[in-house]
Design a protein around this ligand. Structure first.
Ligand SMILES: C[S@@+](CC[C@H](N)C(=O)[O-])C[C@H]1O[C@@H](n2cnc3c(N)ncnc32)[C@H](O)[C@@H]1O
Length: 285
């Protein structure tokens, strides 16, 4: 197993997708291939999609496999991207949202409050606006709105005020600087670092993650074969709400998980970032 990323809810995903030898699956967030490797091991083929070229380069070196086709691109365009390589209907699609542990730990992404680095957060180097631009460029009102909307943060206004005050003297440049500032406004609640949700909110905004998810979900319908399955793992309330609503209202799908599947205490202990994961599954009629 790759020490840089442990696949979340692995058994539930493999069982839920009903992985069958000889069939073709799309891993729309292939990352370092944790789930994909398990699908390949069961004798199936995988198209692995990711918007992050750095991740794909690492994966191509680590997992050369004739049954794996890698594509760089955004899952918001999954239909066109998949149809460029095959017209075969898919037996299953996996979307494991967010970022990998590798991306969080790698300073060049500037994603984590635990790794001091230039504040960036872009998963896709083609994006022109990074987290530094948002933190230093949005008005206090806009930052408050962002922290409320994406982080559900009760201290949103106080955090935005603290940012507004600090940047009057010099722009906020580093993850460590921002994490410290947020922590000074927001006392630690439980085990979670006080900056966790604000960092997630900024990442969602920089990468337009909810917009891409909204665009991607309807494309899964035509890509899947009858009885093909869609599995989505989300880590954020807003993401999960979108997934749940889509699955509920899409008439071509049968819901397989009335309640989302969540990790066991043992999985959370072994892999703490899995703690907020929710897996939802549907089957195409
Ligand atoms: C949680 S990781 C996936 C980990 C993978 N399932 C594994 O077990 O190794 C999420 C991956 O999705 C990618 N990603 C995020 N948003 C994307 C999007 N809109 N389109 C394509 N890839 C995306 C990220 O770059 C990251 O590599």
């Amino acid at each position: 197993m790759n020490p840089e990323h442990q696949p979340v809810l692995l058994e539930a995903v493999i069982t839920g997708l009903n992985v069958t030898p000889g069939q073709l699956y799309l891993d729309a967030t292939v990352g370092l291939g944790g789930h994909t490797q398990a699908i390949l091991k069961r004798g199936a083929a995988v198209i692995g999609l990711d918007r992050d070229p750095q991740t794909l380069t690492r994966l191509a070196e680590a997992l050369p496999d004739p049954q794996l086709t890698l594509i760089e691109g955004n899952f918001s365009q999954m239909s066109d991207l998949v149809r460029q390589v095959t017209s075969q209907p898919l037996a299953g699609i996996l979307m494991d949202l967010g970022v990998s542990r590798y991306q969080l730990a790698e300073p060049s992404y500037g994603l984590s409050f635990q790794v001091d680095a230039p504040l960036d957060m872009r998963l896709d180097p083609h994006l022109t606006v990074n987290a530094r631009d948002l933190v230093n460029g949005l008005s206090q009102k806009e930052l408050t709105h962002l922290f409320r909307l994406y982080a559900n943060e009760p201290q949103a206004a106080a955090m935005a005020r603290a940012i507004g005050f600090k940047r009057r003297f010099a722009p906020i440049q580093r993850t460590g600087e921002l994490a410290e500032l947020i922590a000074s406004v927001n006392p630690r609640r439980g085990k979670l670092h006080p900056a966790t949700k604000v960092f997630q909110a900024l990442r969602l905004a920089v990468n337009h993650e909810l917009d891409h998810l909204t665009a991607a979900l309807p494309q899964t319908v035509d890509l899947l074969q009858p009885h093909g399955r869609l599995a989505v793992i989300s880590f954020h309330e807003g993401e999960d709400r979108l997934v749940k609503q889509f699955m509920k209202h899409e008439s071509h799908f049968n819901i397989l998980t009335k309640k989302p599947i969540i990790p066991t205490a043992a999985e959370i202990a072994a892999n703490p970032p899995s703690r907020s994961a929710k897996l939802r599954l549907v089957e195409k009629l």
